[in-house]
Design a protein around this ligand. Sequence first.
Ligand code: FMN
Length: 187
Amino acid sequence: MTAARHDVDDLIRGRRTNMFVDRDRAVPDETIAELCELATWAPNHKRTWPWRFASVTGAGRSRLGQVVSGAMAAHGDEPHKVTKALTKYERTPNILIIGSVIGDSDERTAENRDAVAAAAQNLMLAATARGIATYWGSCPKGSHEAVATFAGFAPDTHIVGIFYVGYPIESMEVPERPDPVINVIDN
Ligand SMILES: Cc1cc2nc3c(=O)[nH]c(=O)nc-3n(C[C@H](O)[C@H](O)[C@H](O)COP(=O)(O)O)c2cc1C
């Protein structure tokens, strides 16, 4: 299949990390489901289907904040970060938690995470194509098990990201990209 090349190039370059979104306009459940389905077309060694998704909206976002804040406090995180975590997931109407299951070896676990990162990029590009902003946030240290349990995943699932999702109200500056270094080995 050949997609219009320039469209694809523009889409890839046009995706921007952005959480300045309309807090009162949630992304419909069907659209979230579409994005997650598109994520699953990522390459996946051994077809382990390692991705796990949880869609968090409404009061679920403040419950997520409480879970993360509690785990951060138990982990000894700085008090101002612990307090900030209580409300930070309410900044966008939709939150997507994406996890990667452990494999049957360290190598497979690492490859699962690689596949889930590829899936996350699929999801963000599909969101961009629909006029939806995304922001990949890390799961705070010490919070993975609590977030996995909150999300309904197996507790040892690695949380690849907590994604802020919504309809943008501001566009973001384009960060400079250094040119790729390409070592050419041809003999
Ligand atoms: C694994 C991963 C974790 C990230 N975690 C965070 C984060 O915790 N906080 C944050 O502000 N951005 C986070 N980002 C987003 C990057 O900061 C962002 O992609 C970068 O600033 C480039 O901006 P762009 O995506 O608009 O090109 C993360 C990105 C990746 C791939």
